[in-house]
Design a protein around this ligand. Structure first.
Ligand SMILES: Cc1cc2nc3c(=O)[nH]c(=O)nc-3n(C[C@H](O)[C@H](O)[C@H](O)COP(=O)(O)O)c2cc1C
Length: 209
């Protein structure tokens, strides 16, 4: 399926049918999120993949009882870092050194540049900055799911502290930012299955200068 056809095909599914998605498709979608870009390449978030039914049942109240949490096949929670410090930047430099086969010392200037930029942010600004990066991964996941003909619902309709509690995110230095539920549409029971896609008109949305 061509990309634009896949994006027309997808919609934010309200009712899923409980069918499991094949492991290779789930892995493909996760890999696409892993390939998402982030500012500096720092990737200030983790991707929590919840397939376990019991855990999804525990999560459902935190998602205002949205049915996709249990009727889907997996819930991916994008959980951003609570703090972005020089320690995480140093770990990233190690990753670059290993993956590109360069000396870590050759990256000192780059590390200094990142640390200098991050120092200008308050703790709240740094948290919001990390959240924004996680949303890019959400976008990649949505597109990858559509290209694999896997249904998906992006979700920020949840109580973050409750999700963090169920998944033990605080202890990991993370907080839930946004989620993506994957599964298959229940075409007979989803009121949106045949709804026309509504988007702002090209002329209103796109401003040519
Ligand atoms: C960041 C974000 C959060 C959303 N949260 C929810 C949600 O909690 N529950 C839900 O059913 N849909 C949610 N949606 C789906 C949107 O309502 C939907 O994407 C939008 O109406 C456009 O429709 P479409 O995705 O079906 O084309 C969310 C979408 C985004 C991008």
């Amino acid at each position: 399926m061509k990309l634009l056809d896949a994006l027309q095909w997808r919609y934010a599914v309200k009712k899923m049918n409980g069918t499991k998605i094949p492991a290779e498709k789930l892995n493909h979608i996760i890999e696409a999120t892993r390939l998402a870009p982030s500012a500096f390449g720092l990737t200030p978030y983790s991707i929590i993949v919840v397939e376990d039914e019991e855990t999804r049942k525990k999560l459902q109240p935190a998602f205002y009882n949205q049915s996709q949490i249990v009727d889907g096949s997996a819930v991916i929670v994008f959980a951003a870092w609570n703090n972005v410090t020089e320690k995480e930047v140093a770990e990233y430099m190690q990753d670059i050194a290993e993956q590109r086969g360069v000396a870590v010392d050759s990256l000192n200037e780059f590390a200094g540049y990142i640390n200098g930029s991050l120092k200008n942010l308050s703790a709240d600004q740094a948290r919001i900055w990390a959240d924004k990066q996680a949303y890019i991964a959400l976008g990649f996941g949505l597109v990858a799911a559509a290209s694999e003909q896997i249904d998906a619902t992006p979700m920020e309709g949840f109580v973050p502290t409750a999700v963090d509690e169920v998944l033990g995110l605080q202890a990991l230095g993370l907080h839930s930012t946004v989620a993506l539920t994957l599964g298959y549409r229940d075409a007979a029971n989803d009121y949106l299955v045949n709804a026309k896609k509504v988007r702002r008109d090209h002329k209103k949305l796109v401003i040519n200068k």
